[in-house]
Design a binder for this molecule. Structure first.
Ligand code: HEC
Length: 164
């Protein structure tokens, strides 16, 4: 057998073997601590979050076809793990107040700077790209949610005081 044929067969075998190692899927549900428990999420905002953020920032991912083929599923699993660790809309109200307040700022910054949704994700999930209006709506909403927190809680429970 020619060398290139052997190499091709070996690669094909590796690819087949890879398929047996499947990451666990993120198919849970909201925990009773989802963001809507404490915050008003208007339908328009909800739609955008579900479409563009929830695959990596919730307890439930809508899996694309490439997740069934390794290593596609592994890449996605890593994004979900890292994304959920920082921000999980389904666990939002279990965070300390400071973190809830802080995350509304983080969302604004990430959206303003086009850092979220992850650019690599947008290559395949083009529908998840935020329009200028959607970005603006999200930013306004985050500001409104921060303001609503400020009316309910003392400011030192939301922001660390600057060091003296
Ligand atoms: C493909 C998965 C994916 C999608 C979709 C996605 N994110 Fe993320 N997000 C991540 C990952 C991964 C991180 C962690 C990045 C890091 O640690 O460098 C992250 C981090 C963040 C953070 C920072 C959290 C922290 O720890 O400070 C915010 C805020 C955020 N994302 C908001 C959003 C918003 C808002 C959307 C939707 C408009 C979105 N993300 C869509 C994967 C995603």
């Amino acid at each position: 057998m020619r060398l290139w044929k052997k190499i091709a067969l070996a690669l094909a075998a590796v690819f087949v073997i890879l398929q047996f190692f499947r990451p666990e899927k993120n198919l849970g549900s909201s925990s009773g601590h989802d963001i809507a428990q404490s915050f008003t999420v208007p339908p328009g905002i909800q739609t955008v979050l579900l479409r563009s953020c929830y695959d990596c920032h919730s307890n439930h991912t809508v899996y694309p076809w490439y997740a069934e083929i390794q290593p596609g599923g592994w890449f996605l699993a890593k994004h979900i793990r890292d994304g959920k660790r920082g921000l999980n809309f389904d666990e939002y109200t279990s965070y300390r107040l400071m973190k809830q307040y802080r995350r509304f700022k983080d969302i604004t910054e990430n959206v303003e700077n086009d850092e979220m949704p992850l650019p690599s994700y947008l290559l395949i999930h083009r529908y998840a790209k935020l329009s200028a209006t959607e970005k603006n709506d999200l930013i306004q909403w985050c500001a409104a949610m921060r303001d609503s927190m400020k009316t309910k809680f003392p400011v030192d429970s939301l922001e660390r005081r600057p060091p003296r």
